[in-house]
Design a protein around this ligand. Structure first.
Ligand SMILES: Cc1cc2nc3c(=O)[nH]c(=O)nc-3n(C[C@H](O)[C@H](O)[C@H](O)COP(=O)(O)OP(=O)(O)OC[C@H]3O[C@@H](n4cnc5c(N)ncnc54)[C@H](O)[C@@H]3O)c2cc1C
Length: 408
């Protein structure tokens, strides 16, 4: 069971062979690993990226491809959780991420079907509509681009929908084909000098700063001065300090998709990044397909703790189909033959881990994006490369993501 994006994307090329040693060994070939490898290579660092399968085989190739602003949360909730000053820094980080990512995709000529048409946060209830209005007031006060869309105006924005109570439009949001994006950035990293090695499952990492021995499951060995853990929640045991085990937990998301729809139906869904119910449900169009994810809250356990992306939950599939039937009349009776899942990594405060692993000299982590890695990881990779090369990152948000915040 794999995603449409993985099934339909060209494989990564060119393949590199495993070198005997590198300045930095990056483990994990999702958006996080690829981003830090690209930024390190651009700084002239000898970097090798090891991916156990193919690039973007994990969550980076199984998501909904939305570049979002604000952790998926409505903005006043971010203010509530982090305080006004940190909320502004966080929002700015995401806006900066999208600008840096767009610039890199253009400069490197990565064709990943980027649609910079904005995002629509839809209100599932009148309560959520009031929350969206509160969020809009804060965005207005801070001069951040947005537009409130009243229920009566929704048919102009999203002709195919019913049962929403209004929406908040954020022009800074976008959609991409995520596998094409990750592999395109990986090709850029390879051009900058990074060695990207697929089918390289890391089994064990010994040593510390200056002399890491990285053992592969097939017996191959390589060494590095530093290592960066970019395996999300999939290989926490590779960190002998136990820090990743303590800080990161897994949860599983699920997506269903149609085959290409008749033009008249597909045209009802403009290419926005779209979500409702506080971003728990998310959907978009890809070509003439409709792609819909979420509903993990609707089953016992909310898919927390699951790390198997070869299975899906039929109850979630049924609930997603019911959501589609309820909100998009034209999809009633349309088959959703594609279903897949992906494993995400969460942290207790909802923020990612970017920086040195406490108690593990020479080891770094980039990951745990709490379900919003496409929206964070490109700039976060640059920040981590700055920390490795310069000893610090000047981005004001970097301190919020330091793993040492959990080191009580
Ligand atoms: C259903 C779903 C919908 C989502 N929608 C969105 C969205 O619309 N927008 C958004 O911003 N985010 C979204 N996300 C979240 C986003 O996909 C993730 O946050 C992001 O992809 C995480 O990237 P990563 O590189 O940290 O991890 P991953 O992409 O999981 O990469 C980790 C890599 O490590 C490799 N690996 C594991 N163990 C080893 C080992 N021992 N040796 C070598 N390699 C190893 C894996 O094969 C994998 O390729 C969604 C996620 C899911 C599952």
């Amino acid at each position: 069971m794999t995603s449409l994006w993985l099934r339909e994307s060209a494989p990564f090329a060119p393949a590199a062979t495993l070198p005997a040693r590198s300045d930095v060994v990056v483990v994990g070939g999702g958006i996080a690993g690829v981003s830090v490898a690209l930024h390190l290579a651009r700084r002239g660092i000898g970097v090798t990226l090891l991916e156990r399968s193919v690039l973007a085989a994990g969550a980076s190739g199984r998501n909904d491809g939305q570049l979002l602003l604000g952790l998926g949360e409505h903005y006043h909730r971010i203010h509530g959780q982090f305080g006004a000053a940190r909320a502004r820094v966080l929002w700015q980080f995401l806006a900066d991420n999208h600008a840096a990512l767009r610039a890199a995709l253009a400069a490197e000529r990565v064709d990943c079907e980027l649609e910079q048409r904005g995002g629509l946060r839809l209100a599932e209830t009148t309560h959520e509509w009031r929350e969206l209005q509160t969020a809009a007031q804060l965005l207005a006060a801070e001069g951040r681009p947005h537009e409130l869309v009243a229920e009566a105006d929704l048919p102009r924005w999203l002709p195919g929908a019913r049962g929403f109570h209004g929406a908040l439009f954020l022009p800074g949001e976008a959609i991409v084909q995520p596998v094409a994006m990750v592999r395109g950035l990986a090709a850029a990293a390879a051009r900058a000098g990074a060695r990207i090695v697929e089918q390289a499952p890391v089994q064990r990492i010994d040593g510390d700063a200056g002399a890491f021995a990285v053992q592969l499951a097939d017996g191959r060995l390589t060494t590095g001065t530093m290592v960066v853990h970019c395996t999300s929640v999939l290989a926490r045991d590779l960190d002998p300090s136990g820090g990743l085990q303590r800080m990161v937990f897994p949860f599983r998301g699920q997506v269903i998709a149609t085959d290409p729809l008749p033009d008249a139906i597909a045209a009802q869904f403009p290419p926005y990044a779209m979500s409702s119910n506080f971003c728990y449900e998310y959907f978009r169009r890809h070509g003439r397909r409709f792609v819909l994810g979420g509903m993990r809250w609707s089953v016992p356990g909310e898919e927390l703790g699951l790390i198997d992306d070869s299975l899906h939950n039929p109850e979630i599939t049924a609930n997603l189909r019911e959501y589609a039937r309820e909100h998009f009349p034209a999809l009633d009776g349309i088959a959703f033959p594609h279903v897949w899942t992906g494993i995400m990594a969460g942290t207790p405060d909802g923020l990612p881990l970017v920086g040195a692993l406490p108690g593990a000299p020479g080891a770094f982590v980039l990951g745990a994006f709490n379900g919003y890695g496409l929206s964070f990881a490109f700039l976060a990779g640059r920040c981590l490369a700055e920390m490795i090369v310069d000893g610090k990152s000047d981005h004001p948000a970097a301190a919020m993501f330091a793993p040492r915040r959990f080191d009580a």
